[in-house]
Write a new protein. Sequence first.
Length: 424
Amino acid sequence: MDAHEVNRARAKLALFVADVFASVPRKDQRAKGDCYLRGLMLDGRRKAIQPMAERLPDGNEQNLQQFVNQSTWDPVPVRRRIAQRMVPQVSPDAWAVDDVSFPKDGKMSVAVAHQYCGALGKQANCQVAVSVHAVSDTASCPLQWRLFVPQEWADDPLRRRKTEIPEETGHREKWRLALDTIDELAGWGLVPPAVVADAGYGQNADFRDGLEQRGINYAVAIRSDVTVHPHEAVPTAPAWSGNGRKPQPRYRDKPFSVAALAAGHGRQAFTEVTWREGSRGVMRSRFLALRVRPAGVKSRRLAQAAATGSDSWDGVLPEVTLLAEWPDGAAAPTDYWLSNLPADTPPAELVRLAKIRWRIEHDYRELKHGLGLDHFEGRSWTGWHHHVTLVTAAHAFLTEQRLSPKADTPDSPSTRPSTPSRTC
């Protein structure tokens, strides 16, 4: 936005700030929040504090530095109010679990480590954050963030102390952080219609089982080498001799990779599905949906643990739907998803959910390049979480304006009494 557009939106922004920053105790802190949001939304290549302060007529670099890096305001109630405000407006078809990386130099920025960096497509020095987004085909909004703490940071008291990592925060796998976030959002009164995720999460049987145990539907990407048994496969047990432990039933045939199983049905088994209108026309491709039973040691152990007792387990693995895509011009299927949606879910609905992650990739470009999500130059845990919360607020405000540019939002301060934060 240019300065004229920002000034024109000042009244709406003031109402927005009054609502989402209501938990921030001091009036001057809320004013700095308003100022920081305007700095993020103003045109400019760099959204670090110094250049933003120089662009703002009321910008004060020292005040903004203190507000972001040293001030004690709690970002969690702010994110909670943003989530509760935005979910009704986005009307999500799913929640998308994702992670985002922030390339960094040196080793003193909080939780930085040499690890896979999606922004660069290789191993590099970076921070990684796990996020959950409400997403539809028309809009998305980050609901909550978790900064991933590598094991080397969990075991480094000096760096932890210098960057103010809370004592109770340690290393936790990204898939666990995602489930933790979903549980926290449930505590805010927010429940996903379904969860979608890329193969980094969908590949993980523990993550899928965690969603299943929470009663959450999912449609998650997987790699081509995931193994499954056909739906009709039946476990059997050898005859018991009467001596020793009774043999447990098992699938005696070797499982298929999803690539081999899908390709084995032949291209003629794939049907054309249209799932949305893209910027260059209708989005369509060819898909096949099959009922399968995920194989592997982890899947078997999880199924056995879910049974009433290991001795009584019949060896049957749970069934899910495998969705495979074979685009025109491709020599073989290219993409795969697993879903626990009901077996009679129409293929078009499966495809639409499987593909809906495009929306957060679209909005990440605004979060990072337009609003400076990855421009934060501080090193502390507190500063990082304050900055990410403020970027989320700026993105939420702009999303509101796009969804209803001329009308009050359905849950804005101008249409309801001023009340403490509540659940939707």
